[in-house]
Design a protein around this ligand. Structure first.
Ligand code: ASN
Length: 345
């Protein structure tokens, strides 16, 4: 009988070993997992590990990996009841977001996890994260691509890595947890995306998109910065969209001529701009302050309460699906997979 769950190992700390250069991903994970999980294997679903070649530190993730992961899922979709993706924590939020836009509501659970200390090392969090992911992979249907980490189940496109040193490495700044795993495993189905959405497997061909590397840039506003930062993105024809990390409720230096000419130029060159707050919590309320009111007239889109990772991936995905500048303007406000809080916008 074939296994119930496919575990895709992309790399990341969870399967790393110590080398002379520091921690690096290593193959042979199936065996190491079986040793680490020991007796608990009897109470977990059966699984097979598929290692993606080459295994990488997730700092090396690019949009090409998102397409590759998606095509692996497509190939094996019918053969397993659920999927676990083992991924480095550094760029987990980007991969989770990109997959959620490509997949939409899923008929099978796709659970991402990783760890802060490698599997098998002293005090590692890998075992508990992995056990949780395997259990959730075939539990109640979770329509969202999701992350389980340190006992919390979170919607993949709402997560951010917040700690390089704590086991609690992720949070969802503007979203509720989808589940909590303490002695009891508590899931909150009402918070998951609409499970009545079309989840037929045959749509995989339409979902596979080729992302364009370098299509989205990010600028973080500071109280004065070299104007070449603006110019370089304007001059780069491959760059189709820019996420602008603004202040507070989405405010910008509207008295700064260099910044204003950047906005005008971006509009003339048909580069989409999305306004996201640098704040760690809350969203954009474009126009609440006079210092942000100019933006809507410049076709700047509100990023609402999306994470940077979700907004970045949403732009990449819209561009990859063939949307023009005007297409992105039109589609941006659609809440495709719970990436922003609908009641607030
Ligand atoms: N550098 C590692 C990675 O993202 C960090 C981790 O997984 N905890 O691949």
């Amino acid at each position: 009988m074939s296994a119930q769950v496919l575990v895709l190992y992309t790399g990341g700390t969870i399967g790393m070993v110590q080398t002379e250069q520091g921690l690096a991903p290593a193959s042979g994970l199936q065996e190491r997992i079986e040793i680490a999980l020991g007796m608990s294997l009897n109470t977990l679903p059966s699984f097979e590990v598929l290692e993606i070649s080459p295994l990488i530190d997730s700092a090396n993730i690019t949009p090409k990996h998102w397409t590759k992961l998606m095509s692996i899922l497509a190939t094996h979709w019918r053969d397993y009841d659920g999927f676990v993706i083992l991924h480095g924590t550094d760029t987990m939020a980007y991969t989770a977001s990109a997959l959620s836009f490509m997949l939409g509501a899923c008929a099978k659970n796709i659970i991402l996890t990783g760890s802060q200390i490698p599997l098998g090392m002293n005090r590692s969090d890998a075992t508990s994260n992995l056990q949780a992911a395997l259990s959730l992979a075939i539990s109640h249907r979770i329509a969202d691509v999701s992350l389980v980490f340190d006992g919390k189940l979170m919607r993949g496109n709402r997560i951010q890595k917040i700690s390089s040193g704590r086991f609690e490495a992720f949070h969802t700044p503007n979203d509720d947890l989808l589940g909590e795993l303490a002695i009891d495993m508590q899931l909150y189905p009402a918070r998951m995306i609409d499970s009545n959405r079309d989840t037929s497997d045959t749509r995989f061909e339409n979902k596979l998109v080729s992302f364009r590397e370098g299509a989205v840039g990010v600028i973080t506003l500071h109280p004065s910065q070299p104007t070449t930062i603006y110019q370089s993105l304007l001059d780069d024809d491959n760059c189709r969209a820019i996420v602008l990390l603004t202040y507070g409720a989405g405010n910008v230096p509207d008295q700064n001529p260099a910044f204003l000419s950047f906005l005008t130029e971006a509009m003339l060159r048909k580069k989409n701009i999305v306004n996201l707050t640098q704040c760690l919590h809350g969203g954009v309320s474009q126009g609440a302050y006079a210092a942000g009111s100019i933006l809507s007239s410049m076709n700047v889109l509100s990023g609402k309460d999306m994470t940077l990772e979700a907004a970045f991936c949403k732009l990449h995905w819209l561009i990859a699906t063939g949307e023009s500048y005007y297409g992105v303007l039109e589609k941006w406000n659609t809440n495709y997979c719970g990436e922003f809080t609908p009641q607030s916008y």
